[in-house]
Each structure stands twice: as structure tokens, then as C-alpha cells.
Design a protein around this ligand. Structure first.
Ligand code: XLS
Ligand code: MG
Length: 346
């Protein structure tokens, strides 16, 4: 069992969202970035994660110099508040240039746009003093497979990552897999795919992964298994804990909201792998319910962190010795009940 280390927590500005969904408008008026940043430390969080245009708004219409200037100004504000930047992710799913994908678009001009924007994103990360870039491959997929060539898509993705690795010798890239949404089917749907792609790049030791609970669940996988798998490679560099009720749209529910035992096992996996001891953060990629009132706007973040810490206590008070005895006796019925009663006990 890992030593009793403490965890550091993180969220992104997009996690304090207004409640709009494909079937209805926002239910809360937008909050400013400053309001969100001011809340972070008070909620017991240590870092903020950014999309590139969270850090530098309207990035596509700014020069490299202006981008770096604004990123440095943000870094100063973060320093003044004692808030770290966990990572920066290029938002490659809004621009008209990424309608048919970013790195794997069928249009070479769009592929070039996606790579150029990713290099700017690395420049922002440098100014914010983080070496971590997250690639959520939102539109790297298709609505019909005949529109793309899967082999070529992998090759294009590797070429794009190699361009980023060549742009900056320190940058590390975490691929955040998701099997679908917004695409019908996405390329690189699981951690296995992500780490396999890493091996094809020019510098595999600088290409790792980020696990999001809901994305593993959408792929029909157990997030705890994905955590153990990634940690076996030493490549779990970031983490988006949340929850999901079945195979539908990405719900980004509060951690543990749908399945406490699945959440418990994620925490056990993090504990046994010593996640966080090398500076990694626990991020909650969660959204408030659409029904959430303005006055309860931050509760999904507070509750996720609270649930996480209570599950850390549960993991650390779980009677491993008794569990091992039941395992040696292959008495899994008793082990099953032991876990349930441990979770149900106050
Ligand atoms: C969406 C992704 C997104 C990334 C950051 O499903 O989880 O939140 O983590 O862009
Ligand atoms: Mg995420």
C-alpha cells in the first residue's frame, strides 16, 4: 500500500457551466473567469486546468507574441493566488476548421490549422509553467467510417504528436481517450489505444495518457482497470474523475454519483499505484446538473472532492489482511459482502 500521501485537486473553468444542453438553453447566467478562479482555493483545490482559449481567449485571432504576453499575464495572476496550472488542452472542436476532424481531417489545410494551434497551446503551457498538454481527440473520428481511412488517421495523429514533441523538448502529451461523442465513433477510444499510439511516436516516453471515469464507462470498461493499466506503463499523468449512468451522452456527473463501488475501486487503484506522488493532480471533470440553482453552483465540485477524500479513508481502513485471507481461500462471496459492508459502514 502506498504511503499516506495527500492529493492535490484541480478543475477547469468549463466545470462551472451554465446548464445548457442540446435540448434546452442555459439555466444559469455565465460566471466570469475571475469569479471561478477566486473560488478555487477556497474550495480546497490547488490547480486549474485550461483549454488554450480559456487561458488566452480568441486565440485564433492573436499573434504568437500576443498569445505569450497574455499567457504570462495569466501566470502572474495564478502566482498571486497560489494556483498552479495543471495542463493546457488545445480546444480543437469549436473552429470551423475542425468540422471534419483536427489532426485527422480530410483537408490538409485543416490538419495544418490543428497542428499550428497545438504548437501555440504548447507556448501557452510554457508560459503557465506546466509541461503537460492534454489531447482530448474530440473530432478525430467519423459519422461514417467510409469517410475516413483508420490506418491513415493513426498515421496522421502520430505525425501531429511528433510535430508537438519536436516543437518543445520538455513537453509531455497526455492523450485523453473517449469512444464517441461528439463523433459517432472516435479513433483512440481507450487507454490501450492511447498507449499504443504513444509507442508509434518519435519519443514514446513523453506521450502518456489521461483517464476520465465517464469515458472508460462509455467504452464499457472499468475505470479502475484503466487506471491500473496506465500505471503499469508509468503513464497516468492526469485524471478526470466523474461518473456516468450507462451508455449515453457524457454526463460528467459528480464523482461517485452513480456507482460508489466503482468509485471506491478507482481510489484503491490510485492508492496502490501511488498516483499523485510524482505531482499528478486529481481533476474533477464534472458539471452541475441542469437543475442546479445558482446558489448551489459549486456543490458538484465540493461534493466530488468530499466523496473522493471519504473514499480515500475507506480505502485506507479497508481490512486488507482479512481480504487477503478470503482471497487465499477463494471465498469471493464473503469478500463481496465485506466490501459492501465496509462501504455501508459509517
Ligand atoms: C470532454 C473532455 C474534456 C477534456 C478537456 O468530454 O473530457 O472535458 O477533458 O477538454
Ligand atoms: Mg475530461
Amino acid at each position: 500500500m502506498a504511503t499516506k500521501h495527500t492529493y492535490k485537486f484541480c478543475f477547469g473553468p468549463w466545470n462551472i457551466s451554465e446548464g445548457g444542453d442540446p435540448y434546452g438553453p442555459p439555466t444559469r447566467p455565465p460566471q466570469t473567469f475571475d469569479w471561478k478562479l477566486a473560488k478555487l482555493k477556497r474550495l480546497g483545490f490547488d490547480a486549474m486546468m485550461f483549454h488554450d482559449d480559456d487561458a488566452v481567449p480568441d486565440i485564433d485571432n492573436k499573434s504568437g507574441q500576443q498569445i505569450r504576453k497574455e499567457a504570462k499575464e495569466l501566470k502572474k495572476r495564478l502566482d498571486d493566488l497560489g494556483v498552479a496550472a495543471e495542463m493546457v488542452a488545445p480546444r480543437l472542436w469549436f473552429s470551423p476548421m475542425t468540422i471534419d476532424g483536427a489532426y485527422t481531417s480530410n483537408d490538409p489545410k485543416c490538419r495544418k490549422y490543428a497542428i499550428d494551434r497545438s504548437l501555440r497551446c504548447i507556448d501557452i503551457a510554457n508560459c503557465l509553467d506546466t509541461d503537460l498538454i492534454v489531447l482530448w481527440l474530440a473530432r478525430e473520428g467519423s459519422y461514417l467510417r467510409e469517410s475516413k481511412n483508420g490506418r491513415r488517421s493513426v498515421e496522421l495523429l502520430v505525425a501531429a504528436i511528433d510535430k508537438m514533441l519536436g516543437h518543445d523538448k520538455k513537453v509531455r502529451i497526455s492523450i485523453e481517450p473517449k469512444p464517441n461523442e461528439p463523433m459517432d465513433i472516435a479513433y483512440i477510444p481507450t487507454i490501450g489505444h492511447a498507449l499504443a499510439v504513444a509507442q508509434l511516436t518519435g519519443d514514446p516516453k513523453r506521450v502518456g495518457c489521461l483517464i476520465e471515469s465517464a469515458h472508460a464507462l462509455l467504452a464499457g470498461l472499468d475505470p479502475a482497470d484503466e487506471i491500473d493499466f496506465a500505471c503499469a506503463f508509468g503513464k497516468l499523468w492526469s485524471l478526470h474523475l466523474n461518473d456516468q449512468n450507462g451508455l449515453k451522452f457524457d454526463q460528467d456527473k459528480p464523482f461517485g454519483s452513480n456507482n460508489l463501488r466503482v468509485a471506491f475501486n478507482q481510489v484503491r487503484a490510485l492508492e496502490r499505484n501511488g498516483y499523485g506522488k510524482r505531482g499528478e493532480y486529481v481533476c474533477f471533470d464534472v458539471h452541475p446538473f441542469r437543475t442546479t440553482k445558482k446558489e448551489h453552483w459549486l456543490d458538484h465540485l465540493v461534493n466530488s472532492r468530499r466523496t473522493f477524500l471519504q473514499l480515500v479513508r475507506k480505502a485506507r481502513t479497508f481490512n486488507e489482511k482479512q481480504a487477503q485471507q478470503l482471497i487465499s481461500d477463494r471465498n469471493y462471496q464473503a469478500l463481496d459482502q465485506m466490501v459492501l459492508e465496509h462501504l455501508m459502514r459509517g
